[in-house]
Each structure stands twice: as C-alpha cells, then as structure tokens.
Design a binder for this molecule. Sequence first.
Ligand SMILES: [Zn+2]
Length: 111
Amino acid sequence: MSNLPNCPKCNSAYVYEDGAFLVCPECAHEWAHETESESDEKVVKDSNGNILQDGDSVSVIKDLKIKGTSSVIKIGTKVKGIRLVEGDHDIDCKIDGFGAMKLKSEFVKKI
Ligand SMILES: [Zn+2]
C-alpha cells in the first residue's frame, strides 16, 4: 500500500487507489494510475542538465583523479560512446589511454 505516489497537486501522502485512478482525499484531485509502463527509467543528466543516452559523446568538465593511481583525466577529455549504468558513477565508458572507466554524470557535459 505504501507504493502510491504523493498527490501531484498538494503533495498529500494519503492518496488511495480507485480502480484505474488515484484519488487524493485532501484536495480531491484524481489522476490516472500508471501501473503497466512504470516510468522508473532513470534519467541521467550531464552538468548542464542535458539528458544523456547510451552512445553519447561527452567531455570531462574537471580534472578527475583516478583512484589508486597518480593518473588524472584532464578537463576537456572527450569520451565517446558512453553507456549509462546504475550506481553512484552512472557512466561506463572507455577513455583513450586509460581504458574502461566509470564517471559521474555531474562531471561531464554532452558534446
Ligand atoms: Zn491532493
């Protein structure tokens, strides 16, 4: 029962299901209940708020130290063909000279 969203109008948590609809008892707002196509697909955005997709090319917006090494991925490094993954570091990619890498989307911008 706790998986229902809050009311989009008044943000009430006391939303209940009524058939295919969700109903808010506080402001009487009703809206369609999206059961099937759960749109929980994570949207990954770059530092500018642009939505990133698999296969995009990005550039690094700050020097990134690679853990456990003295290597640094320099600002402006271009990364082609990124792949979005779950997790704290949400971009999986290969960087020339570095190999397979995981980056955070907040440190890149789409190019
Ligand atoms: Zn409401």
